[in-house]
Design a protein around this ligand. Sequence first.
Ligand code: PEP
Ligand code: MN
Length: 338
Amino acid sequence: MIITMKKTANHAEIDKIMTTFKNQGLQVHESIGENYRIFGLVGDTSKVDPKRLEANPLVEDVVRVSSPYKKVSRMFHPEDTIVEVNGIKIGGKEKIVVIGGPCSVEGEDMVVNIAKEVKDAGACMLRGGAYKPRTSPYAFQGMGTDGILALAEARKQTGLPIVTELMSADKLDEFIEHVDIIQIGARNMQNFELLKAVGRTKKPILLKRGLANTIEEWLMSAEYILAEGNPNVILCERGIRTFEKYTRNTLDLSVVPIIKKKTHLPIIIDPSHATGDWELVEPASLAAIAAGADGLIIEVHDQPECAWSDGAQSLKPKHFKELIKKCSKIANVIGRDM
Ligand code: PEP
Ligand code: MN
């Protein structure tokens, strides 16, 4: 971190500030310019708050050199993290995973049927929401515990691990008992108490990017989970909000190589929420695989026109099957498998 002090700051005042840094175990290097005195802090500056420093009238400017996240940073952990779920590996250089299933669980028979269809199409995991974050309080809120149990039944019948969203820490025990991957949805990406709670488990966590969050904010949220001791985080880009209204969100595919460079965590793409339109799901998926994503999570429904949520972006099983076939060709081109 580089701190530029104003020329008007006297020695005693500067010494007082720098002593607090030295007491925190940081090295302080000084260089004196014509108009400013510049200090470089070397060591773990993650606990130094640049905004608080800038509030000091003697401080001209503060610039962070290293990232504020440490545990998720590739600099401190050069090897790829591979998250393993019932023998399925997410991350690394080889296999690309596909997760398919309905937006919402609408009943046991319904989710068991879709589970069989997505498995037949080539998916290796089942998704389905039991607790739904809906914009309207009058919209379907999810089947709750019954939905979780229906997913568990679908896993029993197909062997597919299940991914579902946790919205509140008071349901954590239920998720630890029944769920294979806990999804933290876009709206809860910065629910820090929820992040800490899942960080205290060892469950794999699918952390979606918030609707309007920067990459750094997203990685700081992942840092919350790792900082509590859970290294099993999978990032998921699901589109961000921009001025563009033609699509539900704007799929930010540039994050794939950026995430790969900045972190060691796996990243998957959700083309369903990113586009909001089933006809755009396939091209977005092909592009995601080409960009280096470690997997896809896609909404699939037998009768999208009757879906209780997100029908417009849900693929019919036969389209889902075609999509996986095409994606696996792209995967082969870039030296991976599906
Ligand atoms: C979902 O996966 O159904 C969902 C609500 O996703 P997101 O949090 O990305 O909107
Ligand atoms: Mn959905």
